[in-house]
Design a protein around this ligand. Structure first.
Ligand code: 4NP
Length: 160
């Protein structure tokens, strides 16, 4: 099983959106038994909460399932438990790496979603908790998730 963890700050807006969007694509490709998907936040303010209302509305509008998702914090074991640790912005990557410690120094399995979309100007996924623009975030998340699936296919699933 290939593990993908999406990381943001609160685990209520961007990373749950990415988790739900990516899982939807994984299921649509018939890879649900091959790739497992989770998300976590570097902060602890929203532990146990369902995704933000704006994220839920956006996922409902796009017909994407998100049942059972609850906010949790990044933990040290996530580093060993996941193959791709995909952060929404530079602060999230810095903070996740700080949780994992020196064993992840320079390791490419921790990276930013926008690293997959170098043709886009943004290097961070905008945080709709502050911008209020969930659709803008969704467009980048969805495009980034397509690119992530391409990368996983190339790196781990040649021929699948
Ligand atoms: P997220 O957005 O990192 O995309 O879940 C945020 C959610 C909550 C807070 C900040 C960002 N907060 O400060 O509570």
């Amino acid at each position: 099983m290939i593990g993908v963890l999406f990381v943001c700050l609160g685990n209520i807006c961007r990373s749950p959106m990415a988790e739900a969007v990516f899982r939807g694509k994984v299921e649509a490709e018939g890879l649900a038994d091959t790739i497992r998907v989770d998300s976590a936040g570097t902060g602890d303010w929203h532990l146990g909460k369902v995704p933000h209302e704006g994220t839920r509305r956006l996922l409902d509008d796009h017909g994407i399932a998100y049942e059972g998702m609850r906010a949790r914090q990044v933990r040290i074991d996530d580093y060993a438990d996941f193959d791709y640790i995909v952060c929404m912005d530079s602060n999230n990557e810095r903070d996740a790496r700080a949780v994992f410690g020196s064993k992840c120094d320079g390791h490419p399995k921790v990276f930013k979603l926008m690293d997959l979309l170098p043709e886009r100007k943004a290097s961070d996924v905008p945080d709709p908790y502050y911008t209020g623009n969930f659709e803008e975030t969704y467009e980048l998340v969805s495009e980034g998730c397509d690119r992530l699936l391409d990368r996983i296919r190339q790196e781990k699933l040649a021929g699948v």
